[in-house]
Design a binder for this molecule. Structure first.
Ligand SMILES: [Zn+2]
Length: 454
């Protein structure tokens, strides 16, 4: 009898845990256009109608599913565009070493298999996307044409979208914490800080995301475009009191001449605008903002980008330790990147489950970040970019610039990958000493003389 009762409640529970009022809309597939000297994204349309005209935290997009056969998933950037114009990355150049595709892959906020960036081989099941689908559920009308946009960013391997669907219902992706929900910012902050407190950001590098996504392509990878490269992901999280927020001044310059923001200068480079960091502080009866000069921003046209980047955002180096020198700055530099630029926005968040945000052994999430969700940076535009409190800006290992060139004749042994955020110190933070992380890199050689990472 007891068993039957338990079983009854189990089924009851199960039926309530899936969405009660959900509708699935299906779209057709087709060939994915290969890269040919220029990107031509393949766009698939799907029509949604008959739904209530506003999305919310209790009604909105729940799941996006797709089925792709493709010989090299790391060539693909997959995005979803809503009828109101919100664009979210689902997966960007994630690798399936078996060359199979995305085999019945679903994206949802609490993807059972974790983030797609750590998925591989078939990518079957439900994953957290590389962007944030909760951005669709901000009050916008979900009726109309949705577009799945697949860009093949490298020539040579081809594939096909077989089908795709979106599910909209009463268990939507939502913001985990609604920051200062019913109050204005000042009222919120007055209860948290003393007068005069400055709400600075604090950037850290996610050690976990780099460790999970690092790969060496030795000299023997003669067919690989990544030959003699150490490739790795890098992700910056903000664990401070306020957002890292930058605003462009709108004055685009080619040197001293005026330029057009998305057109190259006479020398082929792209014009720069100066950016200012917006800093919030608590006054007696209001929240003040001031703008401090920061770095520069430009239009980036590399495959998969076509948006605005903050210059000199991060620097990578591969070092060989000199045992008699404590300071890594004095170690031998084997390879160094130019200062790499990034588009600053939140494509992930710090949670207790993903454990992406740690500093000095402490885990950061909504539980200890007082202003979790402060800031809201959903796109890489030129007027405003940033990283919210508790937000993460992730760059995967196959994105442009995410590598160091390795000398073909590098000796086996122990090296250190050094990643420095904001190496020019353009931006003010609570703690400037936690912007650097080091990773031990052990290069070994097998009996055929092929080098690999231990
Ligand atoms: Zn970019």
């Amino acid at each position: 009898m007891l068993n039957r009762v338990v079983l009854f409640f189990y089924f009851l529970g199960f039926s309530f845990s899936s969405s009660i009022l959900a509708q699935t809309f299906r779209g057709e597939g087709g060939i994915i256009i290969d890269y040919a000297d220029d990107i031509s994204p393949t766009i698939y349309e799907l029509s949604v109608e008959g739904l209530p005209d506003t999305s919310s935290s209790s009604f909105g997009l729940e799941t996006v599913c797709l089925h792709i056969r493709h010989a090299k998933t790391r060539d693909l950037k997959i995005e979803l565009l809503s009828p109101s114009g919100t664009l979210v990355w689902l997966s960007n150049r994630n690798d399936d070493p078996m060359h199979y595709g995305y085999f019945e892959t679903c994206f949802e906020q609490n993807g059972f298999n974790g983030s797609i960036i750590n998925g591989s081989y078939r990518f079957s099941g439900s994953y957290h996307p590389e962007g944030r689908i909760e951005y669709f559920n901000n009050g916008q009308n979900l009726n109309g044409s949705w577009f799945l946009i697949i860009s093949d960013l490298e020539k040579g391997d081809i594939g096909k979208l077989l089908e795709w669907s979106i599910t909209i219902g009463d268990r939507p992706a939502t913001y985990d914490v609604q920051f200062c929900k019913d109050d204005d910012l000042y009222t919120c902050m007055r209860d948290r800080y003393n007068e005069g407190h400055t709400l600075l950001p604090d950037l850290i590098l996610s050690r976990k995301l780099t460790i999970q996504n690092i790969e060496y392509f030795p000299d023997t990878c003669s067919m690989s475009p990544y030959r003699n490269q150490l490739r790795f992901a890098a992700a910056m999280a903000n664990i401070g009191d306020g957002p890292l927020e930058i605003l462009g001044n709108g004055d685009w310059r080619c040197g001293k001449q005026k330029g057009n923001r998305t057109e190259p200068c006479p020398d082929g480079s792209y014009p720069r605008q100066q950016v200012f960091q917006r800093i919030y502080s608590l006054a007696r009866d209001s929240l003040l903002t001031e703008s401090k000069p920061g770095g520069y921003m430009y239009y980036d046209t590399q495959p998969g980008h076509n948006h605005f980047h903050a210059d000199h955002w991060v620097r990578y180096s591969l070092l060989k330790k000199k045992w008699w020198r404590k300071n890594p700055k004095k170690w031998k530099v084997i390879s160094t990147s130019d200062k790499v630029s990034y588009c600053l926005y939140d494509n992930m968040v710090c949670t207790d489950e993903n454990m992406y945000c740690t500093d000095k052994e402490e885990l950061y999430s909504k539980h200890n970040l007082k202003n979790y969700g402060f800031g809201n940076f959903t796109a890489c535009n030129s007027q405003q970019q940033g990283i919210s409190v508790g937000g993460i800006d992730y760059y995967g290992k196959f994105y442009e610039g995410q590598f160091l060139s390795i000398p073909p004749d590098i000796k086996c042994g122990t090296y250190y990958l050094l990643i420095e955020i904001d190496p020019e110190n353009y931006y003010q933070e609570i703690d400037e000493d936690n912007n650097t992380e080091m990773f031990k890199i052990e290069i070994k050689e097998d009996k055929n003389g092929v080098k690999y990472l231990n």
